[in-house]
Write a protein that binds this ligand. Structure first.
Ligand code: ADP
Length: 522
């Protein structure tokens, strides 16, 4: 028979229990265990800290309701008793509080524990605070949704653009093919050529609108304020658009408030773009009656004037439920007039106008009644100025006068554009030499030419560099008129051309009228 030292065994057991207690109390997360009746048998230090108990022992014999809200305690009890009854572990996310009493989310794993006979004795729970993780998850979810929405919008936008581009291109290629096939009667041929030209100008306006829209989206559109004689601006717009109003026998009227100061400091180009767009639409969507450009001085202060600018028509009107949607890009109402002539608009006009008005500090608004008419209007506050400033566009160089039948050097690498520009210049009685590279041009330029037309994207050196080098050649070449014909319509490109030494910049495609103006003004 073996001899047992009873005290030694008890001491060893006590040491063991103490060690286990220490380990349990130091366990990370929140650890607790409860008996079958739901009374706590123990917990770790973290839990004691959270409920402000001196030691984990203070929790023994208590139930959740003794230190939690009834609502929270009921929730904890429900799951704990479920785990004991089902003898199945559960992992759940629970609401609770963190150390500093702020609401927290816990991930808790609850398991039943058993006595030696395998009977359920209680429930053991261990929780971890996952509040921070949840916040990050939520942020990621929102960011993902935003990215997905932006992506969808981008795809929709691209789909729309490719549709908008393909439609006119299809008709250009289609009708050009018909013409090439020959044996069509002259009247039909005339009609096909008109379709081609219409589709071409539609494409051009679409591209210009897209570039404007893109610039506005990326906040690259800058206001360039100058003194503007406001009445002249209004009258100019009316003159510009009166021909298209007359074609539809519509009266285009200006109602100009005499209280509006003569000179205002603002961006004339942006005002013009807004007004041309709004009046253009008014003409397009009105069949009888009149269109009024109304400019009212709402308030007049010492230094500023607040104006209301309104374009009113007696046209087809816009149903109330569509009055906000029309400002979305590519949005067009399914109405008889627009759909009959499919190439009348890009659906970008009002989206651009809205952004331009915002840029001026105003808010574009509309009131409209179907079959009665529409009023598009906005208020803007503009500084009053007394005298016009002098032209501060220091980079612009005045051109010297050009001879009759001017001799022109056209520097252009694209074979088709060479043909078109040469032909147009010859129609304007110019004598034209053509070269397709900057280096050849440098060899050719001399005072026998009256004017140089330069493309920017040349194969050897850029047009900017070419202009600089021409200017450095000799005294005569410092003065020779240089006009850039470029496909870039960026303000930066314009500045670069002027800084390189150009006299003028014209954006391709250039019309014969533009060339005529350039030559006669030069
Ligand atoms: P669009 O290039 O088609 O004219 P906009 O963005 O300028 O594009 O206009 C969007 C749509 O709003 C038009 O297609 C038309 O359905 C409607 N709309 C714009 N102006 C008027 C107006 N004055 N009267 C009636 N409908 C208009």
């Amino acid at each position: 028979m073996k001899y047992f030292d009873k005290d030694a065994v008890i001491n060893a057991l006590q040491d063991e229990v103490d060690m286990l207690r220490t380990i349990l109390s130091m366990m990370p997360g929140h650890l607790y265990w409860r008996n079958k009746e739901g009374y706590y048998l123990g917990c770790n230090t973290n839990i004691a800290n959270i409920i402000n108990y001196e030691s984990p022992d203070e929790l023994i014999g208590k139930r959740p309701v003794d230190f939690m809200s009834v609502e929270l305690a009921t929730q904890v009890d429900r799951v704990d008793f479920e785990v004991m009854a089902s003898e199945k572990e559960q992992s759940i996310e629970e609401q609770g509080y963190s150390q500093d009493n702020t609401p927290a989310i816990y991930l808790t794993r609850k398991s039943p524990f058993y006595d030696r006979e395998g009977r359920v004795q209680g429930v053991l729970g261990i929780s971890f605070d996952i509040t921070e993780r949840k916040v990050i998850e939520e942020k990621l979810k929102i960011a993902k949704e935003k990215a997905e929405t932006a992506n969808r919008a981008k795809s929709q936008f691209l789909a729309m653009i490719s549709h908008e581009l393909r439609t006119p291109l299809t008709s250009i290629i289609g009708f050009a093919n018909f013409i090439r096939q020959g044996n069509i009667d002259p009247e039909k041929k005339e009609e096909y050529i008109t379709h081609i030209l219409n589709s071409g100008s539609y494409l051009l306006s679409l591209i210009n609108s897209l570039l404007d829209y893109n610039k506005l989206e990326n906040n690259k559109f800058e206001l360039i304020d100058f003194p503007v004689h406001f009445k002249t601006l209004a009258e100019d717009v009316i003159t510009m658009l009166s021909a298209s109003a007359e074609l539809k026998q519509l009266a285009l009227v200006l109602d100009f408030d005499a209280k509006i100061p003569d000179w205002l400091l603002t961006d004339e180009k942006i005002f013009l773009q807004i007004l041309i767009n709004l009046i253009g639409n008014a003409i397009k969507f009105t069949e009888t009656g009149n269109i009024t450009l109304r400019m009212i001085c709402v308030t007049l202060k010492k230094k500023t004037a607040t104006l209301q600018i309104a374009v009113e028509d007696t046209g087809i009107g816009i149903p109330e439920e569509e009055q906000q949607a029309i400002f979305r890009r590519f949005y067009q109402l399914e109405n008889i007039y627009t759909r009959n002539e499919s190439l009348t608009g890009t659906g970008l006009g009002l989206a651009i106008v809205k952004k331009l008005v915002h840029l001026l500090g105003g808010k574009m608004q509309v009131t409209s009644e179907v079959n009665k008419g529409s009023k598009f209007y906005f208020n803007v506050t503009v500084p009053i100025t007394t005298a016009p400033m002098t032209d501060t566009d220091v980079v612009r160089k005045p051109m010297k006068r050009i001879a009759v039948n001017p001799k022109v050097l056209l520097i252009e690498d694209d074979a088709l554009i060479q043909i078109i520009h040469k032909q147009m210049l010859e129609e304007l009685d110019c004598k034209v030499d053509v070269t397709d590279s900057a280096n050849k041009a440098l060899q050719m330029v001399s005072d026998k030419y009256d004017i140089l037309f330069v493309d920017i994207g040349l194969p050897d050196i850029t047009g900017f560099e070419l202009i600089k080098r021409i200017r450095q050649l000799n005294k005569k070449m410092e003065q020779i008129p240089i006009v850039v014909l470029t496909g870039y319509s960026d303000e930066n490109e314009y500045q670069r051309c002027m800084q390189a030494g150009a006299n003028q910049v014209a954006i391709k495609p250039v019309s014969i009228e533009t060339l005529r103006e350039i030559i006669s003004s030069a």
